[in-house]
Design a protein around this ligand. Structure first.
Ligand SMILES: [Zn+2]
Length: 226
């Protein structure tokens, strides 16, 4: 059993406990060579152990390991790995406040440092496309080729985050929903102010933030933080 696969299944279970996905919703994957390990279709992340994750060939799209059916969003995950050689993990979740806020016409914009540090300055918001279709995979593929893209909002649907490792993709998902919660709260009591482009550029230059990014990018599969 690969340590990466164990970490993937454990992190997926954390996403349920974090309230970022419910029931059998959402899907996660990780790259190991030409193999993409992906969550099985129809399972809650709380019920799917590492042995339930099928392996799909990234080059051919064929199931090459395991007996379970891959997630119905398999094409979306394959599109990311094919366009982004540095990406080793992809997470797709349905964070409720992010969905509500962006379906109401708001775009997520940085109001605190972590959102910019984890997601950067290019977070595409793509209009609703029917879930599980090749059209959704194509819509994601159209924006994910930019190496600056770390997360994508799917309006009326959810969020995709990518990472060079599993923990990085996970922390990015947490940062997206945290931003949405804060932005929503601010809208209740007044007019939100956002970090300016200059303030974000200053964050990019901070040595400590660069170190944090570096640490995350290098983080090896291991214990998931909970
Ligand atoms: Zn979905």
């Amino acid at each position: 059993m690969s340590a990466m696969l164990e970490e993937l299944a454990a992190t997926a279970a954390s996403l349920v406990r974090d309230g970022l996905v419910r029931g059998a919703g959402g899907n996660v994957s990780a790259r190991e060579g030409d193999t993409m390990w992906i969550s099985p279709s129809g399972f809650s992340f709380l019920d799917a152990g590492p042995d339930d994750y099928p392996g799909v060939s990234i080059s051919s799209g064929e199931v090459i390991r395991g007996t379970r059916r891959p997630s119905s969003e398999v094409l979306m995950h394959l599109a990311v790995y094919r366009r982004r050689p540095e990406v080793n993990a992809v997470m797709h979740t349905h964070p409720p406040v992010t969905i509500a806020l962006t379906a109401a016409g708001h775009d997520l914009r940085p109001m605190f440092a972590d959102f910019h540090v984890y997601l950067g300055s290019n977070v595409p918001h793509i209009p609703y496309v029917t879930v599980t279709t090749p059209e959704l995979a194509a819509a994601v593929e159209a924006v994910v080729g930019d190496p600056a893209v770390k997360g994508i909002v799917l309006r009326n649907h959810g969020v995709i985050t990518v990472g060079t490792g599993i923990k990085e993709a996970y922390f990015r998902t947490l940062a997206v929903e945290e931003q949405a919660v804060i932005q929503h709260a601010a809208l209740q009591v007044g007019t939100p102010t956002f970090l300016s482009a200059e303030e974000c550029a200053r964050l990019d230059q901070l040595g400590s933030e660069a170190y944090r990014r570096e640490l995350l990018a290098r983080m090896k599969p291991g214990r998931s933080s909970k």
